[in-house]
Design a protein around this ligand. Structure first.
Ligand code: FMN
Length: 409
């Protein structure tokens, strides 16, 4: 019986010859393999070897007669895509949306529910180059799996990072990625994920907002979509966006997110809301400019002549407290997030308890302002109404845990 279909992409690297061993191993283990090679890859390894091993014609030319739609069809055909070896040049092109040959155009047409693995191989300086490092980081953030490089003797005579991982090790990574893909959850959920921060207008050009980037929410939305859950992403205009094809709805202010949540939850039957949006506790009530009082937000831009302007903020209701009331599905599960700004464990715990008490939510994810790597949040603790149930470092692990809890509750 044939196993998964592997789209094997090869770039112009001295390590290209090692791809022949890996392809042979895949074929011997029952996989079906089709090869896409760059023009430069074919300077290092011959079509005869690759066609002989795979039993398939080798794809190189984006405009080859009779296969003009390969840049779309090969992605549809594949269960998993691997770039091995991946050259610095191609990695940088992929991360910058360049599609000037078949290999890179296929990435622009990529279906993000499938595993995409990059196995870099290059000289240490090429690997350490800021362009290559920032491309690898960007691709990782998009959900591409980048395998580590080995260290050791390189063809240029140097020794260091950038060496292609041993093909047997790459084979194991490939099996793991396929296993992860195949162990899809039996139960699929319909979830609404809120993301980003509200903006409260002061006048026609100024506003009050917060630090939320939407990155954690986008990463969770991507994970859930990859696992074929039905995801709606309710996001601030400038929030990070998931790569996957989920339904997207935009909001700006407190009033807008509140109204949209009310309508979306009333009209659709969701199984869960993962409420990551940082919703302003206060909106602008009024502004005193000189001795004149204006109700806010002001329609015009406030000019800069006044020495002092007093803004009065009015407290907003807690949206999280209303989600179950808004919802058509009265059994909906709510995941609330609490961002703290302290290392005082008892104080943080009491905030979690308070949140459970007033919101009637099912889970609280506690994260602290101190645990930010750049502007990426790390270090999450998950509570149910009784106790802490799990903790993890990254948004991907958080998504895995939330999926497990929401499916099994
Ligand atoms: C002998 C030789 C070996 C090379 N080995 C590598 C390599 O291992 N990794 C790499 O990134 N580039 C390597 N290059 C440079 C790439 O082949 C070059 O950047 C090329 O444009 C890559 O094309 P591609 O990304 O379209 O396959 C090598 C070049 C030569 C001449």
């Amino acid at each position: 019986m044939l196993k998964s279909k592997i789209l094997f992409k090869i770039c112009g690297s001295i390590a290209s010859y090692k791809s022949a061993y890996l392809i042979s191993k895949l074929i011997q283990n029952g996989f079906e393999v089709k090869v896409v090679a760059t023009e430069n890859a074919l300077r290092f390894i011959g079509k005869a070897t690759l066609e002989g091993l795979t039993g398939h014609h080798i794809y190189t030319d984006l405009f080859a007669e009779g296969e003009m739609m390969s840049h779309i069809n090969l992605i549809k055909w594949a269960d998993l895509i691997i770039v091995c070896p991946a050259s610095a040049n191609t990695i940088n092109k992929l991360a910058n949306g360049v599609g000037d040959d078949l290999l890179t155009s296929l990435f622009l047409a990529f279906d993000w529910t499938k595993p995409y693995i990059i196995v870099p191989a290059m000289n240490t300086n090429m690997f350490d180059h800021p362009a290559t490092q920032s491309s690898l980081k960007k691709l990782t953030e998009w959900g591409v799996k980048i395998l580590p490089t080995a260290e050791g003797y390189l063809a240029c005579g140097d020794s260091g990072r950038g060496k292609l991982l041993e093909p047997d090790e790459i084979y194991e990574h490939l099996l793991n990625a396929l296993e992860e893909k195949q162990s899809m959850p039996a139960k699929k959920i319909k979830a609404l994920i809120t993301s980003g921060g509200t903006k409260e207008n002061i006048d026609s050009v100024r506003f009050i907002t917060n630090l939320s980037t939407g990155k954690t929410a986008a990463s969770i939305a991507d994970y859930f979509s990859r696992r074929e859950h039905d995801i709606t992403y309710l996001h601030a205009r400038d929030a990070a966006q998931p790569n996957s094809n989920c339904r997207r709805i935009e909001y700006t202010s407190f009033d807008e997110i509140n109204e949209k949540l009310r309508n979306i939850l009333a009209e659709n039957s969701f199984d869960a809301v993962i409420h990551l949006a940082a919703v302003s506790d206060y909106s602008l009530g009024s502004a005193m400019i000189g001795n004149q009082k204006f109700s806010a937000p002001l329609k015009q831009k406030i000019d800069s002549d006044s020495n002092e302007i007093t803004l009065k903020l009015k407290k907003n209701p807690k949206i999280i407290d209303n989600l179950k009331h808004y919802s058509k599905n009265k059994n909906i599960k709510i995941v609330a997030f609490k961002l703290t700004n302290s290392t005082d464990y008892e104080a943080n715990l009491s905030m979690v308890k308070k949140l459970f008490d007033h919101s009637n939510c099912d889970f609280v994810v506690l994260n602290d302002r101190g645990n930010r790597d750049g502007n990426v949040q790390t270090n999450f603790k998950i509570y149910n109404s009784k106790q802490e149930t799990a903790s993890c470092m990254s948004s991907k692990e958080l998504a895995q845990l939330l999926e497990k809890f929401l499916i099994n509750i």
